[in-house]
Design a protein around this ligand. Sequence first.
Ligand code: GRF
Length: 217
Amino acid sequence: MSKARVVVLISGRGSNLSAILNAAAAPDYPATVVAVIANKADAPGLQVAASAGVVTEVVPSQGVTDRAAYDQSLLAVIDRYAPDLVVLAGFMRILTPDFVNHYADRMINIHPSLLPAFTGLHTHQRALDAGVHLHGCTVHFVTAELDHGPMIAQAAIPVLPNDTATTLALRVLDEEHRVYPAAVRWFAEGRLKIVGQRVFLDSAPANYVGLIAPHVG
Ligand code: GRF
């Protein structure tokens, strides 16, 4: 069977990209990263991609004020790679509705909180300030409303008494690196179904029971 074509968008260090590339190196992984696109030429993740032999592109956003025009040029570059799935992995831009609609049901994002709590930035500090006992990350389909799309998977960790935003971020990141490659796999296998705001997976993978809670169809 042919593998799903994935384009990954990044702005920074690319540790989630790296986790997906590592997973994709396994012969039985159902997706292949066909291009990595950054909005910053100095995004360290570009090196991660290059080291893995993946094509990279930069569509610079610095100084660009016309969001619609930027998104159209980004879209043109992405679509040259004919992706089945667009993966946002630390891509730090607000996307226009036209862009989001173009990739409806085939663009996903990872967010460092248990959505719908703590949309936006500084999630780890906000989780500490709010006194939550559980924190984590969420992989979701991207819709026009920021950090609000149908959720594919979540991973939770306990907040420990001595946690700082830095220690929390590190433990959440470990979970991100487990959850994101799994979510990409499920999408590539055609096992995800969106019903309203909910995402169903045909069956819950045993190794994630108790950690990730997908809806079982
Ligand atoms: C991650 O924390 C992710 O949840 C958020 O941006 C960060 C990206 O990190 N969307 P990296 O570039 O994948 O290391």
